[in-house]
Design a protein around this ligand. Sequence first.
Ligand code: ZN
Length: 156
Amino acid sequence: MAMAVSEGLTQMDVLATEALGLDGDGWEVESCEFDAAREELSVSLNFTGQRSTCGTCGRRECKVYDTQTSKQWRHLNFLHCRTILRAASHRVSCPTCGVRAAQLPWARKRSSYTLAFEYLVARLSANRLPLSAVADLVEEPYARIRRVAAHYGGHG
Ligand SMILES: [Zn+2]
């Protein structure tokens, strides 16, 4: 898939943008940092759009109201490294709901994992792998993995 490369973006930023499927919805990769000691990749995202989707009713094209403090989400490992997305989410002024958190393209409301990460957990637990083994495999606390699996109708 062809993609415009903005000035100042490194190859890694471009790769991360494509891997996250962020092209065209107002979010872009601001930076990628690799912490060699922790073997952790940190991808910082920045929202540059004026309009966004309401996280409550799903209405599109709502005006951006303000920006919230930065949060982080665990994403799928990238090249065997633990990968964290960091972004300041924003609120929108929705004509139906009022001021509400915007829908993020990569995560469910209140989840600290990306949808792609949750999908992996759901797939693993659907394959009858015990949740304790899933938690070990992805190196996350059992209680949190159990909540993700339960959300997707898995055992737990
Ligand atoms: Zn709404």
